[in-house]
Write a protein that binds this ligand. Structure first.
Ligand code: FES
Ligand SMILES: [Fe+2]
Length: 394
């Protein structure tokens, strides 16, 4: 189903689907079992074989723009510190002191010339090297080279910081994104944007239930009748499957003026939202004037919990043609609307969905032919887990 039509033609295709009251579809329905969202063995395999093997986004570069800026992130396998280096590159480390394992940095974000451990005050440079062993005359000989912070593979690309959550892995974001998505993201120049705000939400819901809801064009008018349902058409997706990742265009209701009349050469960009699913755990929404990134991470031990992060990526104030006050007001308002939809509409529904999946006799369930991005997400995560299991057994 891969196409490489110019954007205007892809939008025209979405308009055609809308006119015909249909959507792109896969050939078959898919059945699934509720224990995909509760099984602790599968959850561990997902952490190891998905997040321990492939790159996923942890932040936008603008969140740690200056040397020594850092964020801490609870990844599925490691708690990590992500730090901007003096030379502008980014490194990540396991957030743990090499003496006796105290957590090194408690804050979510900050700026730090040294990381200093609260337990016996060993300290580390932002490049991870061990700097001070307190009372070293009594402590004994330590090979400092061997006791720096443990590094996690990290790369900055297309404006985002990506990690593979495994000290023994390598990272190559371009090859993971592949020949369709990598140039596409480059074209968006998201490294020129700023992260207006990032928010994280710990929810009692499996990460795949969460991710599924943000690839779903079928629920909009039912779950969001007075918000998104008023703006975007439900169950109309012009879809492209890139094998691992995918993207789809959903028409906004404002496009209805072209249902009868042909748009001709009028640019249609502002009449759609384009969604990119970046395997394993991100939804990137391209809106007419900004991007929104949604990220979903499994809890490190509990299959029924996860963390969602939302980021609003917008043109810098100096590139926006707005006064700082207006820029702030507009994006703040946008952010508040997004939060309200999440907290009032999506999260309650998804928490209850997780509770339902825990029923002993839940029975099997279905993904429709129209739930095409959800089918890709399930297909590709299952594939990664199967590959990881096969390599372990080989
Ligand atoms: S555990 Fe960090 S200095 Fe002892
Ligand atoms: Fe939703």
């Amino acid at each position: 189903m891969t196409t490489s039509l110019p954007r205007q033609d892809r939008i025209r295709r979405a308009l055609e689907l809308l006119r015909n009251e249909t959507t792109d579809k896969f050939d078959d329905l898919v059945q699934f079992e509720p224990d995909e969202f509760t099984d602790p063995v599968l959850a561990k395999d997902e952490r190891d074989h998905i997040f321990g093997r492939v790159p996923s986004i942890v932040a936008h570069g603008s969140e740690i723009s200056r040397p020594n800026d850092f964020v801490t992130v609870q990844m599925p396998r490691n708690n990590i510190i992500v730090v901007r280096q003096k030379d502008g590159s980014v490194k990540s480390f396991v957030n743990l002191c090499r003496h006796r394992g105290a957590m090194l940095e408690q804050s979510d974000k900050g700026r730090c010339r040294i990381f200093s451990c609260g337990y016996h005050r060993w300290s580390y440079d932002p490049d991870g090297s061990l700097r001070t062993i307190t009372r070293d005359a009594t402590f004994g000989e330590v090979d400092r080279e061997e006791h720096g912070l443990i590094e996690i593979p990290t790369e900055e690309r297309h404006g985002f910081i990506w990690v593979v959550d495994n000290a023994h892995a390598e990272i190559d974001v371009a090859s993971w994104l592949g020949p369709d998505i990598d140039p596409m993201l480059a074209e968006y120049e998201m490294d020129q944007l700023v992260c207006f705000r990032a928010g994280g939400f710990d929810e009692p819901t499996n990460w795949k239930i969460m991710q599924d809801a943000f690839l779903d064009g079928y629920h909009i008018q039912y779950a969001h009748p007075n918000t998104a349902g008023k703006i975007i058409h439900t169950n109309v997706m012009a879809f492209e499957d890139f094998g691992r990742h995918c993207r789809f265009i959903a028409p906004r209701k404002s496009i209805d003026r072209f249902l009868e009349e042909d748009p001709g050469d009028i640019p249609l960009d502002k009449y759609v939202t384009e969604t990119h699913f970046l395997l394993p755990n991100s939804t990137l929404l391209r809106q007419p004037d900004h991007f929104q990134l949604l990220t979903f991470r499994p809890h490190p031990t509990d299959p029924t919990k996860s963390r969602m992060e939302q980021r609003l990526l917008v043109p810098k104030v100096e590139d926006s043609g707005m006064t700082p006050e207006k820029w702030d007001r507009i994006w703040n308002k946008n952010w508040e609307i997004l939060l309200a939809v999440l907290h009032q509409e999506d999260f309650p529904l998804l928490r209850d969905s997780q509770r339902g999946m825990g029923s002993a006799d839940a029975g099997d369930m279905l993904l429709g032919r129209n739930e095409i991005a959800n089918q890709v997400f399930r297909r590709e995560t299952k594939k990664l887990v199967a590959q990881g299991r096969a390599e372990l057994n080989a």
